[in-house]
Design a protein around this ligand. Sequence first.
Ligand code: AMP
Length: 392
Amino acid sequence: MINKKSVEDIEVKGKRVLVRCDFNVPLDKETKEITSDKRIRESLKTINYLISHGAKVILCSHIGKTGKNLSLAPVAARLTELLEKEVPLLVDLDADETRTTIENMKEGDVVLLENTRMTEAEEKNDDAFAKKLASFAEIFVNDAFGSAHRAHASTVGVTKYLPSVCGFLIQKEIEALDHGINNPKRPLVAIIGGSKVSSKINVLLSLLDKVDTLLIGGGMTYTFIKAQGGKIGTSLCEDDKLEVAAEILKKALDKGVRLLLPVDAVIASEISDEVPTEVCAVDKIPDDKMGLDIGPKTVEIYKEEIAIAGTVVWNGPVGVFECDAFATGTKEIAKAMADSHAVTIIGGGDSAAAVEKFGLEDKMSHVSTGGGASLEFMEGKKLPGIEALQDK
Ligand code: AMP
């Protein structure tokens, strides 16, 4: 359970409320149109609550990386449609006009500040920038779960200057993840995929204390298989992580956790939809081929584990799902989760993108809006953007 104050615990009527949202939505590279507005839609509950309770709502968010200088203009346009009211984008935080617009806001009005990452000060958690952001408002609400693992000016810095509480999305995310991982309906099955062991070591170690079964997929498979003496061809492998992989396998044995590795793989000479593919045993991959998806036998085994689970938590695709030729494993896992009676939790990032791509989002119990944040939560870390908020 989250022990932080929320928007419901404070009086917002007539107050200027700065709301940190996660509007870091994917944009089409050429047209700059929003390709998924999930993160915007997920922020609406908090925004609508504030509007209906008479707050003056000042939204802010980052979009893209620092230095890319992407504009939140497409988000302002989408918000205007979704809220059915004009949401002006205030592009220059230093302009007198911006301050005047905010001073003249009426109860229920909404404005959006331009991308907080237009300046390096955001990621540096620069105090002067945090103070400037805070100076626009009387209350701070953090609802950006996707940025909660980052101590930036707009997530942590501002909390030094304003009474700070969480929004409904952060509440929902923490409750779903906490319930799924720390108080699950058993058996608890975790599926961990993605490219590298190195980025998932901490989550794997932490999950070994919590789960009943751990299903491994994706590029990290091959470091484990090589650690066991298998032949992996040109598959992705981190040779400096072979010992860690062996240690994880041993820890699983010691703790009585069933850690399953793929038994077969879809292989090809390169990552491309144009090259022929084959299926072979995961530990007998020819020298000139690489494993790019879990094979059909593995799919069947993993589906059986999902079918008997009480809770399934998934982070990381089990194959190179961006190519149709290697998307089957990831699609079958998503379908099996959608069909199961288990509590199903998708840990954001690529797995959430995959579930959305296959149109199965509505069939899951919870699809997180934060890849990095949900991973760090699963690692058992405290999220600074949430820690900085007022306790109940
Ligand atoms: P991560 O960011 O670590 O969660 O990794 C996600 C990426 O892993 C996706 O872009 C996948 O294409 C990639 N991936 C999944 N399986 C494999 C594989 N067998 N070989 C190489 N990359 C993979």
